[in-house]
Design a protein around this ligand. Structure first.
Ligand code: TNX
Length: 536
């Protein structure tokens, strides 16, 4: 998993090719390729690429002797080889073919991955071509190459994602794709506070969200019910404040090594982690851990219920800011991305005037760490440092829309997480066994059928950074439930973030979505088989 393609792979290409040929059943070598079978069915890609053209008569099948060739400048070579090795190692598992990764010897590889594409492709753009001769993915950066390889995986039969060897053929439809994202921020948020999720579980979520070109993983690391990230200068936050979760079951927290592992795994999937420490409300776990953080000096008990809005840091005390300075410093050190989320939502137990005092002080402690400030929409009530991001979580209500416009008017960017559309913890329908419904029931169509540009009247397009699908876990205590609520809706929000507005069409999407069912079955995703979708 963590291993890079080693030079030895590169030196003895001839030897590897010979080995691959020897491992090949003779029949495969002698089958005439010219039989001209009908074209493979056009693949159903999510998110829909900016442009995709079918190439008739140009199908390609992986061969037992297929070779993955990488061309990349020296600066990006390591990253490009790693992407190639990720692809190969998965396909080795499912196809049983050796699929050696080589630095490109022209003409040798039939699967060509390149980061030497024109800069005009942008950071995440790529071109992909499948024709009779093979498969090529070209990007200008490793990130773009990764996005293109994500598309390549969807072009392969679903069984290519299997953990164990499957029977071929491994046919790809001839196609030419040119693609780049509509928005640079395409996020998924996971609440690990209400219920704790282990490193392995977070990795599984990363595996699944990265299939849909999500590029930000927002981790909600501290709330009333639990503090989940190690802070050496305030150790009781995790040893005590992280000990429980909703329902009173044992909680947990990430050590620095755990968190580093999450960061590394996310980076391998071209996801930036955005850590959130929710303040000044949603802080009972911290207040319970340190009596001195409370205005009255008395620590409340740990909380394992699901109410919101009852806790607040003590805005008037100096120690509050000493605490936050330490916390933001240690969290910033652990998360290399340029954004730190300070929460700011539902501070119902903080006086409004205190809130207006608190947010700019907390924001200054974030910028002190050279991070951009992100916060829920309420932070727009206060002056925000340059480069800030406000996260809209409204339900088409006038006040939330006004807050988004207020953020934009200050020059901040807005990330759209409309609770009545993008919240993955809302029930699909009245019979959904878990989840909440305070923002309404959100069926698959509702979660997909909105346009980020027009959701909030008079919000300038230039202010929109992108979209994010949060999953809050008050009622979700295991991965099965998480997957059931996230899939299929997460794929739709991912498409809203990536695909051009002109590509968004429920009827066409619904059909493409149905085709993801077999992929999720192969990956054992516990997705909700929404009855209105023709799963196949
Ligand atoms: C509102 S939306 C919250 C969370 C809850 C969620 C449940 C927002 C910024 N805060 O504290 O977990 O609803 O859906």
């Amino acid at each position: 998993m963590t291993r890079l393609a080693r030079p030895r792979r590169r030196v003895s290409l001839a030897g590897l090719l010979t080995a691959a040929l020897l491992a090949t059943p003779l029949i495969a070598l002698t089958t005439p390729a010219a039989a001209q079978p009908a074209d493979a069915p056009a693949p159903a890609l999510i998110p829909k690429p900016a442009s995709q053209q079918a190439l008739a008569g140009e199908d390609y099948s992986l061969k037992p002797w297929s070779v993955v060739g990488v061309s990349s400048n020296s600066k990006e070579r390591r990253a490009a080889l790693r992407i190639a090795e990720q692809l190969s190692s998965q396909l080795r598992r499912s196809t049983g073919y050796p699929l050696p990764v080589v630095l490109l010897a022209p003409g040798v590889a039939d699967i060509k991955l390149s980061t030497n594409g024109p800069a005009s492709l942008g950071a995440e753009g790529y071109q992909l071509r499948v024709d009779r001769k093979g498969v090529g993915v070209t990007a200008a950066t490793p990130e773009g190459l990764y996005r293109g390889v994500t598309t390549l995986r969807q072009l392969l039969p679903a069984k290519a994602d299997a953990k164990t060897r499957q029977a071929g053929p491994w046919r790809l439809a001839g196609t030419a794709v040119a693609d780049s994202p509509r928005f640079g921020y395409r996020g998924a948020m996971l609440d690990v506070s209400r219920h704790f999720f282990s490193v392995a579980e977070v990795k599984r979520y990363i595996d699944l969200i990265s299939l849909y070109k999500i590029n930000k993983l927002h981790l909600h690391l501290a709330d009333d019910q639990g503090w989940r990230i190690q802070v050496d200068s305030w150790p009781r936050l995790t040893t005590y404040g992280g000990s429980l979760e909703v329902g009173g079951t044992p909680g947990g927290s990430y050590s620095k090594a755990d968190f580093a592992e999450i960061i590394r795994y996310a980076a391998d999937h071209y996801l930036t982690v955005i850590p959130e420490i929710d303040t000044p409300g949603h802080t009972n776990a911290a207040l319970a851990s340190y009596a001195e953080l409370n205005c009255n000096g008395v620590a409340p008990p740990l909380y394992t219920g699901t109410n919101v809005g009852f806790s607040s840091l003590c805005v008037a005390k100096d120690i509050t800011y000493e605490f936050l300075d330490d916390v933001f410093r240690e969290v910033a050190e652990q998360a290399p991305g340029d954004v730190l989320h300070l929460g700011g939502d539902e501070a119902h137990s903080t006086q409004h005037s205190d809130y207006l005092t608190f947010v700019p002080k907390a924001a200054a402690l974030v910028t002190k760490q050279k991070k951009r400030v992100m916060g829920w929409q309420e932070i727009a009530e206060t002056p925000l440092p340059a480069g800030s991001i406000a996260q809209y979580w409204g339900t088409d209500d006038a006040r939330s829309q006004e807050l988004a416009r207020k953020a934009a008017a200050q020059g901040a960017k807005v990330v759209l997480s409309p609770a009545n559309r993008a919240y993955l913890d809302m029930k699909y329908d009245a019979s959904t066994p878990y989840g909440l419904d305070w923002a309404g029931l959100v069926n698959v169509e509702k979660s997909y059928s909105w346009n980020p540009s027009t959701l909030i009247p008079n919000l300038p397009e230039s202010a929109i950074a992108g979209v994010e699908a949060p999953i809050w876990t008050e009622t979700l205590d295991d991965l099965d439930k998480l997957e059931y609520m996230a899939f299929p809706r997460l794929a739709g929000v991912a498409e809203l973030g990536w695909s051009q507005a002109s590509a968004l069409d429920w009827t066409a999407y619904k059909d493409r979505l149905g085709a993801q069912g077999s992929r999720w079955d192969v990956l054992s995703v516990n997705f909700f088989r929404a009855p209105e979708i023709n799963w196949r």
